[in-house]
Write a protein that binds this ligand. Structure first.
Ligand code: TYD
Ligand code: MG
Length: 451
């Protein structure tokens, strides 16, 4: 009998009867793969069997249950990373570390191994690199220790069996995309491989209270290559973001069953691996040259206040169509702000190319960056610089009004700490440090427009 097959999207898991180039559920291209599915009668008989085999659950009063986070947490050497994890790596937790190839996942994991293996048994499993390569990195990072072990494997069955021995407190798996389960015929990295390998490993980790960190590669667009599904299975998902070639890199939790998702750790890569950046504002402002088009924004990374420089370059367009480019800032937001500036102030930008750069490889996700971006554009267009004493923050509405920003106190405190004298910020904030602003046009005329 011909097996019933369906086309399953490897990105979101949606299934279709026919192959199409694009998944209509998640809009990804070329992600559908043919997979065998159980027939309806098979499924029905399975449900019938399941109905009979069920047992009544063993339930307890909520007061009698031990909270899971009283378990021990393995501390890394990075304080901010411990905070991102909710206080360290919880025993028995399964953590997914997601990031682009080359960002530094293997590096930071080896550094974590170095710390944890001082007191605990650690196993590093790689399906990507040879033992020799991993050894080179371990040596370079000073991670060699009696309790740090290495195995090379791509078999989820073998890895789960090894975890089940309970010999290790921490197991690193680099990476999920290389794993395969013997019982499944599809290629490594496909939804069914990733889901089933993930489940097998999670079971093994839970049954022996072993902490596990799984590496997952993400594509350029920032989604986990193939297996979005894995994010639902694991306890903690941490994202490693930033520039692959220099600049700051950030680690934040996008899901954490044992902690908050507001925190962020900031890193820099040097020849001794990754290093936490303790005072990012000072580092970001160190190379600043106060020219026109440069504005200091008081922003937030998670709950941490940071000062970053926003640079704008405004040049005449050579062709009819003006070009807009943004690095570290959302391009759609930039286009919207340009429209607001043109409509609400007298500044003419439709014959200008506009480039925005957020210094240090930071990626802003803060609506309070609006005012700083607008001021940078106006400053560059008018070739008039803003006094070095000012930081800026505030959201810009479509009417050109300046709207309030959350955590203003922290932004102000950071600006004071770094020696700024004033903040150009929403008028709703009551603080003598703030020069209250309500309207974009007035603000631009006062500070950065041509007089
Ligand atoms: P890697 O951790 O292998 O990235 P991933 O596992 O995310 O693919 O390494 C990232 C880059 O970092 C690599 O190009 C080499 C560089 N690097 C350093 O600059 N310093 C170091 O100490 C190490 C170990 C790597
Ligand atoms: Mg790697």
């Amino acid at each position: 009998m011909k097996k019933n097959t369906r086309f399953v999207c490897q990105s979101c898991g949606a299934s279709y009867a026919k192959w199409t180039g694009k998944c209509t559920n998640c809009d990804e291209w070329n992600t559908l793969v043919e997979q065998i599915v159980e027939s309806e009668t098979e499924a029905k008989s399975a449900i019938k069997k399941a109905e009979k085999s069920g047992k009544i659950l063993d339930y307890k009063n909520i007061k009698a249950i031990e909270p899971s986070d009283v378990k021990e947490r393995l501390k890394t050497d990075f304080d901010d990373l411990n905070t991102v994890l909710g206080g360290g790596i919880l025993m028995g937790s399964v953590n997914l570390l997601a990031g682009q190839p080359g960002i530094g996942k293997s590096t930071i994991l080896m550094q974590i191994c170095a710390t944890v293996s001082k007191t605990k048994n650690v196993l590093y499993i790689s399906g990507e690199e040879s033992a020799g390569q991993v050894k080179m990195r371990a040596k370079r990072l000073g991670a060699e220790s009696d309790k740090l072990n290495f195995a090379s494997s791509t078999s989820a069955n073998d890895i789960a069996k090894t975890i089940e021995t309970g010999e290790f407190d921490l197991v690193i798996i680099d990476s999920i995309q290389t794993l395969a389960m013997d019982e499944i015929s599809s290629a490594p990295g496909t939804v069914s491989q990733v889901t089933n390998c993930g489940n097998l490993i999670i079971r093994a980790a839970k049954s022996t209270d072993t902490a596990v960190i799984i590496v997952g590669h993400v594509t350029k667009e920032g989604t986990l290559a193939g297996p979005k599904v894995l994010e639902h299975l694991v306890d903690v998902v941490i994202n490693f973001d930033g520039d692959r070639y220099g600049g700051f890199k950030t680690i934040r939790a996008v899901k954490n069953r044992f902690g908050s998702t507001n925190e962020v750790a900031i890193f820099e890569m040097n020849e001794k691996g990754l290093k936490e950046v303790k005072n990012p504002s000072a580092a970001l402002l160190a190379e600043r040259q106060n020219t026109d088009g440069s504005i200091i924004l008081a922003t937030l990374e998670g709950t941490r206040p940071i000062l970053v420089e926003i640079q704008a370059l405004v040049t005449p367009s050579n062709f009819g169509y003006p070009k807009r480019t943004a690095s570290g800032f959302d391009l759609n937001r930039l286009q919207l702000l340009i429209a607001v500036i043109e409509r609400r102030t007298k500044l003419k930008l439709d014959d200008k190319d506009i480039f925005i750069n957020v210094v240090g490889g930071m990626k802003l996700q803060d609506s309070a960056a609006d005012l700083a971006v607008c001021m940078a554009i106006a400053s560059a267009a008018a070739e008039r610089k803003l006094s070095e004493d000012y930081v800026v923050f505030g959201e810009v509405g479509l009417g050109g009004e300046i709207r309030s920003a959350f955590r203003a106190d922290q932004r102000i405190a950071e600006a004071k700490k770094l020696g700024f004298k004033h903040a150009i910020a929403p008028a709703t904030i009551k603080d003598s440090f703030v020069i209250p602003t309500k309207d974009l046009r007035e603000t631009l005329i006062k500070y950065v427009n041509e007089k």
